[in-house]
Design a protein around this ligand. Structure first.
Ligand SMILES: NC(=O)C1=CN([C@@H]2O[C@H](COP(=O)(O)OP(=O)(O)OC[C@H]3O[C@@H](n4cnc5c(N)ncnc54)[C@H](OP(=O)(O)O)[C@@H]3O)[C@@H](O)[C@H]2O)C=CC1
Ligand SMILES: O=C(O)C1=N[C@H](C(=O)O)C[C@H](O)C1
Length: 265
Protein backbone atom coordinates (compact mmCIF):
# COMPACT_ATOMS: atom_id res chain seq x y z
CA UNK A 1 0.00 0.00 0.00
CA UNK A 2 1.79 3.21 -1.07
CA UNK A 3 1.94 5.83 1.70
CA UNK A 4 1.43 9.01 -0.29
CA UNK A 5 2.47 12.55 0.60
CA UNK A 6 0.95 15.41 -1.40
CA UNK A 7 2.56 18.82 -1.93
CA UNK A 8 0.51 21.90 -2.81
CA UNK A 9 -2.32 20.32 -0.81
CA UNK A 10 -4.69 23.27 -1.10
CA UNK A 11 -4.06 23.88 -4.81
CA UNK A 12 -6.30 22.84 -7.70
CA UNK A 13 -4.34 19.64 -8.29
CA UNK A 14 -3.48 19.07 -4.63
CA UNK A 15 -7.18 18.78 -3.78
CA UNK A 16 -7.85 16.40 -6.66
CA UNK A 17 -4.95 14.26 -5.48
CA UNK A 18 -6.12 14.18 -1.86
CA UNK A 19 -9.62 13.16 -2.95
CA UNK A 20 -8.30 10.47 -5.32
CA UNK A 21 -5.87 9.11 -2.70
CA UNK A 22 -8.59 8.84 -0.05
CA UNK A 23 -10.90 7.10 -2.54
CA UNK A 24 -8.36 4.60 -3.87
CA UNK A 25 -8.20 1.26 -2.07
CA UNK A 26 -4.58 0.40 -1.35
CA UNK A 27 -3.43 4.03 -1.09
CA UNK A 28 -2.92 5.84 2.22
CA UNK A 29 -2.58 9.60 2.72
CA UNK A 30 0.63 9.98 4.75
CA UNK A 31 1.21 13.76 4.69
CA UNK A 32 -0.16 16.94 3.12
CA UNK A 33 2.15 19.89 2.55
CA UNK A 34 1.72 23.51 1.58
CA UNK A 35 4.11 26.43 1.44
CA UNK A 36 5.00 28.37 4.59
CA UNK A 37 2.43 31.14 5.15
CA UNK A 38 -0.37 29.29 3.38
CA UNK A 39 -3.75 29.95 5.04
CA UNK A 40 -4.44 26.22 4.72
CA UNK A 41 -1.77 25.25 7.27
CA UNK A 42 -3.25 23.37 10.23
CA UNK A 43 -6.50 22.45 8.45
CA UNK A 44 -7.38 18.81 7.92
CA UNK A 45 -6.34 17.87 4.38
CA UNK A 46 -9.90 16.64 3.60
CA UNK A 47 -11.72 19.68 5.05
CA UNK A 48 -12.66 20.86 1.53
CA UNK A 49 -14.51 17.52 1.08
CA UNK A 50 -16.52 18.11 4.25
CA UNK A 51 -14.81 15.23 6.04
CA UNK A 52 -11.66 14.48 8.00
CA UNK A 53 -8.63 12.44 7.02
CA UNK A 54 -6.67 12.75 10.24
CA UNK A 55 -3.84 14.36 8.22
CA UNK A 56 -3.30 18.08 8.86
CA UNK A 57 -1.76 20.32 6.18
CA UNK A 58 1.73 21.36 7.29
CA UNK A 59 4.82 23.10 5.97
CA UNK A 60 7.46 20.98 7.74
CA UNK A 61 9.13 18.71 5.18
CA UNK A 62 10.10 16.36 8.04
CA UNK A 63 6.56 14.98 7.55
CA UNK A 64 7.87 13.28 4.41
CA UNK A 65 9.76 10.73 6.55
CA UNK A 66 8.01 7.38 6.25
CA UNK A 67 6.22 8.23 2.99
CA UNK A 68 6.78 5.98 -0.02
CA UNK A 69 6.16 8.70 -2.55
CA UNK A 70 5.57 12.47 -2.76
CA UNK A 71 3.19 13.66 -5.47
CA UNK A 72 4.12 17.23 -6.33
CA UNK A 73 2.09 19.67 -8.44
CA UNK A 74 3.33 23.04 -7.17
CA UNK A 75 5.84 25.46 -8.74
CA UNK A 76 9.40 24.74 -9.90
CA UNK A 77 11.02 26.35 -6.82
CA UNK A 78 8.79 24.36 -4.47
CA UNK A 79 9.32 21.09 -6.32
CA UNK A 80 13.09 21.52 -6.32
CA UNK A 81 13.11 22.14 -2.54
CA UNK A 82 10.95 19.02 -2.06
CA UNK A 83 13.22 17.06 -4.40
CA UNK A 84 16.26 17.81 -2.23
CA UNK A 85 14.48 16.59 0.91
CA UNK A 86 13.06 13.49 -0.82
CA UNK A 87 16.54 12.63 -1.99
CA UNK A 88 17.86 12.86 1.60
CA UNK A 89 15.00 10.76 2.98
CA UNK A 90 14.82 8.22 0.15
CA UNK A 91 11.22 9.14 -0.74
CA UNK A 92 10.24 8.56 -4.40
CA UNK A 93 8.53 11.37 -6.34
CA UNK A 94 5.83 11.96 -8.92
CA UNK A 95 6.45 15.39 -10.45
CA UNK A 96 3.61 17.08 -12.34
CA UNK A 97 4.84 20.66 -11.96
CA UNK A 98 5.58 22.50 -15.23
CA UNK A 99 7.77 25.50 -16.07
CA UNK A 100 11.23 24.14 -15.15
CA UNK A 101 14.31 25.68 -16.72
CA UNK A 102 17.24 23.55 -17.89
CA UNK A 103 18.89 23.61 -14.44
CA UNK A 104 15.67 22.39 -12.83
CA UNK A 105 15.34 19.54 -15.30
CA UNK A 106 18.98 18.61 -14.68
CA UNK A 107 18.40 18.55 -10.90
CA UNK A 108 15.51 16.11 -11.36
CA UNK A 109 17.62 13.91 -13.60
CA UNK A 110 20.49 13.93 -11.08
CA UNK A 111 18.19 13.06 -8.16
CA UNK A 112 16.88 10.05 -10.06
CA UNK A 113 20.20 8.30 -9.41
CA UNK A 114 19.17 8.15 -5.74
CA UNK A 115 15.35 7.95 -5.79
CA UNK A 116 12.77 6.79 -8.34
CA UNK A 117 10.95 9.61 -10.12
CA UNK A 118 8.10 9.80 -12.60
CA UNK A 119 7.99 13.26 -14.15
CA UNK A 120 5.52 14.21 -16.85
CA UNK A 121 4.05 17.47 -18.06
CA UNK A 122 0.76 15.66 -18.51
CA UNK A 123 -0.37 12.62 -16.50
CA UNK A 124 -3.49 11.83 -18.54
CA UNK A 125 -3.85 8.67 -20.60
CA UNK A 126 -5.33 10.66 -23.50
CA UNK A 127 -2.46 13.12 -23.83
CA UNK A 128 0.09 10.33 -23.59
CA UNK A 129 -1.69 8.56 -26.43
CA UNK A 130 -1.60 11.84 -28.39
CA UNK A 131 2.21 11.90 -28.01
CA UNK A 132 2.26 8.56 -29.84
CA UNK A 133 -0.13 9.77 -32.54
CA UNK A 134 2.03 12.86 -33.04
CA UNK A 135 5.10 10.77 -33.58
CA UNK A 136 3.33 8.80 -36.32
CA UNK A 137 1.82 11.93 -37.90
CA UNK A 138 5.12 13.81 -37.87
CA UNK A 139 6.94 10.93 -39.57
CA UNK A 140 4.35 10.84 -42.37
CA UNK A 141 3.87 14.62 -42.67
CA UNK A 142 7.58 15.45 -42.67
CA UNK A 143 7.85 17.47 -45.91
CA UNK A 144 5.87 20.61 -46.72
CA UNK A 145 3.75 20.57 -43.57
CA UNK A 146 3.88 23.47 -41.10
CA UNK A 147 3.34 22.52 -37.46
CA UNK A 148 1.59 24.93 -35.10
CA UNK A 149 0.66 24.10 -31.51
CA UNK A 150 -2.21 25.98 -29.89
CA UNK A 151 -3.12 25.59 -26.23
CA UNK A 152 -5.71 27.20 -23.97
CA UNK A 153 -5.80 27.14 -20.17
CA UNK A 154 -7.60 28.84 -17.27
CA UNK A 155 -6.72 32.40 -16.30
CA UNK A 156 -4.72 31.31 -13.22
CA UNK A 157 -2.05 29.42 -15.13
CA UNK A 158 1.37 31.07 -14.65
CA UNK A 159 3.59 29.42 -17.29
CA UNK A 160 3.41 29.51 -21.09
CA UNK A 161 3.43 27.66 -23.32
CA UNK A 162 2.09 24.79 -21.26
CA UNK A 163 4.38 21.89 -20.43
CA UNK A 164 2.12 19.68 -22.50
CA UNK A 165 2.47 21.94 -25.56
CA UNK A 166 6.25 21.83 -25.16
CA UNK A 167 6.17 18.02 -24.85
CA UNK A 168 3.99 17.84 -27.98
CA UNK A 169 6.56 19.98 -29.81
CA UNK A 170 9.30 17.66 -28.56
CA UNK A 171 7.41 14.62 -29.88
CA UNK A 172 7.21 16.19 -33.35
CA UNK A 173 10.83 17.43 -33.28
CA UNK A 174 12.08 13.99 -32.20
CA UNK A 175 10.23 12.34 -35.09
CA UNK A 176 11.97 14.82 -37.41
CA UNK A 177 15.37 14.12 -35.77
CA UNK A 178 15.54 17.71 -34.59
CA UNK A 179 15.99 19.49 -31.23
CA UNK A 180 12.85 21.48 -30.37
CA UNK A 181 14.84 24.45 -29.06
CA UNK A 182 16.52 24.79 -32.49
CA UNK A 183 13.24 24.90 -34.47
CA UNK A 184 10.68 26.43 -32.07
CA UNK A 185 8.97 29.80 -32.66
CA UNK A 186 7.67 30.44 -29.14
CA UNK A 187 5.52 33.48 -30.05
CA UNK A 188 4.94 36.04 -32.83
CA UNK A 189 4.38 39.79 -32.88
CA UNK A 190 4.80 42.60 -35.40
CA UNK A 191 6.39 42.19 -38.84
CA UNK A 192 7.57 38.64 -38.39
CA UNK A 193 8.41 37.84 -42.00
CA UNK A 194 7.20 34.69 -43.70
CA UNK A 195 7.04 31.48 -41.80
CA UNK A 196 10.30 29.48 -41.96
CA UNK A 197 9.80 25.91 -43.18
CA UNK A 198 10.55 23.18 -40.66
CA UNK A 199 9.79 25.35 -37.62
CA UNK A 200 7.20 24.61 -34.93
CA UNK A 201 5.06 27.56 -33.83
CA UNK A 202 3.36 27.97 -30.46
CA UNK A 203 0.36 30.04 -29.34
CA UNK A 204 -0.91 30.20 -25.75
CA UNK A 205 -4.42 31.39 -24.88
CA UNK A 206 -5.51 32.09 -21.28
CA UNK A 207 -9.00 32.64 -19.94
CA UNK A 208 -11.88 31.50 -17.76
CA UNK A 209 -11.80 28.04 -16.26
CA UNK A 210 -10.50 26.03 -19.23
CA UNK A 211 -8.77 22.98 -17.74
CA UNK A 212 -6.48 22.29 -20.71
CA UNK A 213 -7.00 22.20 -24.48
CA UNK A 214 -4.20 21.36 -26.93
CA UNK A 215 -4.26 21.19 -30.71
CA UNK A 216 -1.36 20.35 -32.98
CA UNK A 217 -1.95 21.53 -36.55
CA UNK A 218 -0.08 20.03 -39.52
CA UNK A 219 -0.85 22.57 -42.27
CA UNK A 220 0.15 21.38 -45.72
CA UNK A 221 -0.61 22.11 -49.35
CA UNK A 222 -4.32 21.48 -49.88
CA UNK A 223 -5.01 19.86 -46.51
CA UNK A 224 -4.67 20.26 -42.78
CA UNK A 225 -4.45 17.57 -40.12
CA UNK A 226 -5.33 18.59 -36.56
CA UNK A 227 -4.83 16.44 -33.48
CA UNK A 228 -6.69 17.73 -30.43
CA UNK A 229 -6.99 16.79 -26.78
CA UNK A 230 -9.44 18.54 -24.43
CA UNK A 231 -9.47 17.95 -20.69
CA UNK A 232 -12.87 18.35 -19.04
CA UNK A 233 -11.93 17.20 -15.53
CA UNK A 234 -8.68 17.30 -13.51
CA UNK A 235 -9.31 13.78 -12.21
CA UNK A 236 -7.46 12.52 -15.32
CA UNK A 237 -4.24 13.97 -13.93
CA UNK A 238 -4.88 12.65 -10.41
CA UNK A 239 -5.71 9.14 -11.63
CA UNK A 240 -2.57 9.12 -13.79
CA UNK A 241 -0.50 10.23 -10.79
CA UNK A 242 -1.83 7.39 -8.65
CA UNK A 243 -1.02 4.91 -11.43
CA UNK A 244 2.48 6.36 -11.42
CA UNK A 245 2.72 5.96 -7.61
CA UNK A 246 1.78 2.29 -7.96
CA UNK A 247 4.30 1.90 -10.81
CA UNK A 248 7.09 3.21 -8.54
CA UNK A 249 6.30 0.78 -5.69
CA UNK A 250 9.41 -1.30 -5.07
CA UNK A 251 11.65 0.83 -7.35
CA UNK A 252 14.69 2.39 -5.68
CA UNK A 253 15.87 4.82 -8.36
CA UNK A 254 15.52 5.83 -12.01
CA UNK A 255 13.76 8.51 -14.05
CA UNK A 256 10.50 7.42 -15.70
CA UNK A 257 7.78 9.08 -17.76
CA UNK A 258 4.05 8.42 -18.09
CA UNK A 259 4.91 6.58 -21.31
CA UNK A 260 6.76 4.06 -19.10
CA UNK A 261 3.90 3.92 -16.57
CA UNK A 262 1.32 3.28 -19.31
CA UNK A 263 3.50 0.81 -21.20
CA UNK A 264 3.61 3.02 -24.31
CA UNK A 265 7.40 2.97 -24.69
N1 LIG B 1 1.49 17.15 -15.19
C1 LIG B 1 0.17 17.31 -15.22
O1 LIG B 1 -0.59 16.40 -15.61
C2 LIG B 1 -0.41 18.59 -14.71
C3 LIG B 1 0.43 19.57 -14.29
N2 LIG B 1 -0.07 20.71 -13.71
C4 LIG B 1 0.91 21.63 -13.18
O2 LIG B 1 0.87 21.52 -11.75
C5 LIG B 1 1.25 22.77 -11.16
C6 LIG B 1 0.19 23.19 -10.16
O3 LIG B 1 -1.03 23.46 -10.84
P1 LIG B 1 -2.34 23.89 -10.02
O4 LIG B 1 -2.69 22.84 -9.02
O5 LIG B 1 -3.34 24.28 -11.03
O6 LIG B 1 -1.80 25.20 -9.26
P2 LIG B 1 -2.33 25.87 -7.94
O7 LIG B 1 -1.76 27.25 -7.93
O8 LIG B 1 -3.80 25.69 -7.81
O9 LIG B 1 -1.64 25.01 -6.77
C7 LIG B 1 -0.28 25.06 -6.49
C8 LIG B 1 -0.09 24.70 -5.03
O10 LIG B 1 1.31 24.72 -4.75
C9 LIG B 1 1.56 25.66 -3.70
N3 LIG B 1 2.84 26.31 -3.92
C10 LIG B 1 3.12 27.39 -4.69
N4 LIG B 1 4.42 27.71 -4.62
C11 LIG B 1 4.98 26.82 -3.76
C12 LIG B 1 6.29 26.64 -3.26
N5 LIG B 1 7.29 27.45 -3.62
N6 LIG B 1 6.51 25.63 -2.39
C13 LIG B 1 5.51 24.82 -2.03
N7 LIG B 1 4.24 24.93 -2.47
C14 LIG B 1 3.99 25.93 -3.32
C15 LIG B 1 0.41 26.63 -3.79
O11 LIG B 1 0.27 27.33 -2.57
P3 LIG B 1 -0.36 28.84 -2.60
O12 LIG B 1 -1.67 28.75 -3.31
O13 LIG B 1 -0.48 29.17 -1.16
O14 LIG B 1 0.63 29.68 -3.35
C16 LIG B 1 -0.74 25.70 -4.08
O15 LIG B 1 -1.18 25.02 -2.93
C17 LIG B 1 1.46 23.73 -12.33
O16 LIG B 1 2.84 23.76 -12.66
C18 LIG B 1 0.67 23.08 -13.48
O17 LIG B 1 1.13 23.45 -14.73
C19 LIG B 1 -1.40 20.91 -13.56
C20 LIG B 1 -2.30 19.97 -13.99
C21 LIG B 1 -1.87 18.74 -14.63
O1 LIG C 1 -1.70 24.38 -15.32
C1 LIG C 1 -2.55 23.54 -15.71
O2 LIG C 1 -3.73 23.61 -15.38
C2 LIG C 1 -2.07 22.43 -16.55
N1 LIG C 1 -0.79 22.30 -16.71
C3 LIG C 1 -0.13 21.28 -17.42
C4 LIG C 1 0.69 21.86 -18.56
O3 LIG C 1 1.31 22.92 -18.38
O4 LIG C 1 0.76 21.24 -19.61
C5 LIG C 1 -1.03 20.14 -17.82
C6 LIG C 1 -2.45 20.53 -18.15
O5 LIG C 1 -2.48 21.07 -19.42
C7 LIG C 1 -3.05 21.48 -17.11
Amino acid sequence: MPRIAIAGASGRMGRMLIEATLQTPGCALHAALDRPGSPALGQDAALFLGRTSGVPIGDDLAALAGADVLIDFTRPEGTLAHLARCRELGVNMIIGTTGFDEAGRAAIEAASAKIAIVSAYNMSVGVNLVFKLLSVAAKVLNQGYDVEIVEMHHKHKVDAPSGTAIAMGEAVARAWDEELKEIATWSREGITGERQPGTIGFAALRGGDVIGDHTVVFAGPGERVEITHKASNRTIYAQGSLRAAQFLAGRSHGHFTMQDVLGLN
